[in-house]
Design a protein around this ligand. Structure first.
Ligand SMILES: Nc1ncnc2c1ncn2[C@@H]1O[C@H](COP(=O)(O)OP(=O)(O)OP(=O)(O)O)[C@@H](O)[C@H]1O
Ligand SMILES: [Mg+2]
Length: 649
């Protein structure tokens, strides 16, 4: 197979879900429909920021301490700088010169009243002044250091708690999403939202939010101090603000766009990696390594391009702002120098003004340096929130009734269903399963057998008709109750990381060890488990990779067997098990199925011979029904399937 084009790969691994989701409406039938939005543009940054703030704001108590600490450190820095004015004015004075009238420090007024205004300080006085101011500065800067440290620590706590909550909310939402959602979203792409996107948010909360708040406080403080020091120079500095805003805004717009693309490309790369790792054996069997490498390189290359653009525009902002602030600095220093010469402005005043001017541009520079982080985080947050905003499984009706003491009468009346609107998979299916009966579905691949069982436990809701259990529409029951009363062995086996004991107990968490062993015996799994070195304590990893496919199926059967659900669905439960073991299981299951309504799907027709009724499904319709003997006598489709007398299509 030739490698697919980058457009196709992108579509498959990143936007496949989006396109399908948009077409069908995220919540399936009844779910809110959202139109597709132009690709690569942040949907609504303001709303995203608002939601993020909600997560951060929940920690308002800690945040108020953070704010206090920031105030302390900003005030310390402002005051510290201001005190230096006196140091410059008193120390850099030529021998015999007078102290400038601008020397306004309260400290000096208290400790060295003679020095204030037009006095000529001696060397001792100068050193004394230095000593006093340095001691006070030491205390002030110590306060600054402690409050900065506390602010950092508290902010880490805020960001970690906020991100933990985001991850929890996302995971909770994932558990509530309908099966339909997972049909159309590659696993790796979803994983990417948990890892890369959440990490990007974490980075932003941790670094940018701190910079933003402390930057804002520092800006207000510096502007105040600048005006206090020299209103004229302050006005010159402020002239640059429109330039900062214009330049920043221009770049920010482009940057945001590329960051959205970057996060999507990252999702696509992760989706591809996930798929090739899970399917690594198939890749090797068909010698697709080189195609995989080629396709991966294409995706990776695309990601590099998008990351380059995102980071370029994110990164270019810092230097531009830096240079603008240098320009502002040079201008104020020049004009300040002229003021010193022509208008008697003090050197100390000019020096500290230059420091303030640096402090003024610092938060602007700092924030513009972090634009990449901000845009990645916003793009990430948007992807995270888009999952959170997906419509969950249709909620239970307010008057939903609990499903208790189920007899197990299951009736499907004129049921029609399609996964995608307009493509009907099941057509007018009618079925009456009396409590305790065993109903079998047979038919060719893709006929719709699994689909029928998917509808019973409401993985999907039907489009037309009704399904009732004990005479009540299943949509009227509480969904959890419904699923608790239907045990299933799915066609795709799945085992979780954990011991065999835990995996079987998944079917009924309160089951005792003895009951687990009993279930394993029913499923004919006991003997192979006992042959394992650690028996029931054997730890399964990677979906039971250390077991054979048949053994995995046996454990899946045991998991359903331990459940006391009155309705049992076995979808190709023994397709990978040898016929002798299958007969064993059948005997065990027959005991289990007594008094339970059972739906069995099997291609190996010998396993359904004893069913009360066999439904032959073809292209979503039941074309024959009856017991084994009746269907054989009919010499129709079942006869063909059973005897193989006619070639299957
Ligand atoms: N999640 C899905 N999204 C869209 N279409 C689907 C989905 N699952 C199944 N289909 C379609 O529905 C039809 C019936 O599928 P179903 O899984 O019920 O077949 P089946 O009879 O169980 O086949 P098999 O014997 O291979 O298990 C198929 O044509 C399939 O393409
Ligand atoms: Mg199937």
């Amino acid at each position: 197979m030739a490698a697919r084009s980058i457009e196709e790969l992108q579509k498959r691994y990143a936007s496949l879900g989006k396109t399908l989701g948009d077409r069908r409406g995220p919540g399936g039938p009844g779910g809110p429909r959202r139109g597709p939005r132009p690709k690569g543009k942040p949907a609504n940054s303001r709303a995203t920021v608002h939601r993020l703030l909600g997560y951060i704001g929940a920690h308002w108590f800690r945040l108020s301490f953070v704010l206090l600490c920031m105030l302390c450190s900003t005030v310390a820095s402002m005051v510290g700088t201001y005190l230096l004015r006196d140091v410059y004015n008193v120390l850099i004075l030529p021998q015999g010169g007078e102290v400038s009238a601008h020397t306004k420090s309260i400290l000096l007024k208290i400790f060295m009243p003679d020095l204030v205004a037009n006095a000529t300080p001696t060397v001792e006085q100068r050193l004394g002044c230095l000593g006093i101011i340095l001691s006070v500065l030491a205390v002030i800067y110590l306060i600054g250091i402690v409050s900065t440290y506390l602010q950092g620590r508290l902010m880490i706590a805020v960001s970690q708690n906020a991100v933990e909550k985001i991850r929890n909310d996302l995971f909770k939402k994932l558990q509530k999403l309908p099966v339909r959602y997972f049909d159309s979203h590659p696993t790796g792409e979803l994983m990417s939202r948990f890892t890369n996107d959440v990490d990007a948010i974490d980075m932003m909360i941790n670094s940018t939010v701190t910079s933003l708040i402390s930057g804002a406080i520092s800006l207000v403080g510096t502007v105040f101090m600048m005006f206090y020091t020299s209103w004229f120079l302050a006005l010159i500095t402020l002239l640059f603000i429109p330039l900062y805003l214009f330049g920043g805004g221009l770049i920010a717009k482009r940057s945001a766009k590329y960051h959205v693309a970057q996060q999507a490309a990252l999702g696509a790369v992760n989706g591809y990696i996930e798929e090739t790792v899970t399917g690594s054996k198939v890749v090797k069997v068909f010698n697709h390594e080189s195609v995989c490498v080629e396709e991966f390189e294409a995706l990776n290359n695309d990601m590099r391009d998008k990351q380059f653009k995102a980071q370029f525009y994110g990164g270019v902002m810092g230097p531009i702002m830096h240079n603008l602030s240098n320009l502002a600095f040079a201008l104020t220093a020049g004009v300040g120098g002229l003021l010193c010469i022509l208008a008697g402005f003090d050197v100390g005043g000019l020096t500290i003004f230059c420091t303030y001017s640096r402090q003024f541009s610092f938060p602007i520079n700092n924030l513009s340096m972090q634009m990449s982080t901000v845009f990645s985080a916003l793009a990430g947050a948007e992807r995270v929130f888009s999952v959170m905003d997906e419509a969950p499984e249709t909620p239970d009706a307010p008057d939903a009734i609990p499903l208790e003491d189920v007899k197990g009468d299951v009736v499907l009346e004129d049921v029609s269903f399609g996964y995608i609107p307009g493509q009907t998979v099941l057509r007018h299916v009618n079925l009456y399963a009396h409590a305790g009966q065993k109903i079998a579905f047979v038919g060719s691949t893709g006929a719709g057998k699994t689909t029928v069982t998917n509808l019973l436990n409401r993985f999907y809701d039907i489009d037309e008709g009704t399904i009732t259990i004990d005479g009540v529409d299943i949509r009227s029951y509480k969904r959890d109750d419904l699923r608790e009363n239907i045990a299933m062995v799915l066609q795709d086996t799945h085992l979780f990381t954990g011991t065999i004991m835990e995996n079987i107990r998944y079917g009924r968490p309160d089951a005792t060890d003895e009951e687990v062993i009993e279930a394993a015996k029913t499923a004919s799994a006991h003997s192979f488990i006992m042959r394992l070195e650690h028996g029931y304590r054997t730890v399964l990893e990677g979906d039971g990779a250390n077991l054979s496919q048949g053994q995995r199926q046996l454990l899946n059967i045991a998991r359903a067997a331990i459940s006391k659900a009155p309705i049992l669905v076995l979808d190709e439960a023994t397709s990978s098990v040898d016929t002798r073991t299958e007969r064993h299981i059948e005997r065990g299951m027959d005991r289990l199925m007594k008094n339970r309504t059972t739906f069995v799907i099997a291609h190996r027709l010998s396993t359904v011979r004893n069913a009360n009724a066999i439904m032959v499904l073809e292209k979503g319709e039941i074309i024959e029904r009856g017991n084994h003997d009746q269907l054989l006598a009919l010499k129709g489709r079942y006869y063909e399937l059973y005897t193989g007398k006619k070639e299957l299509d």
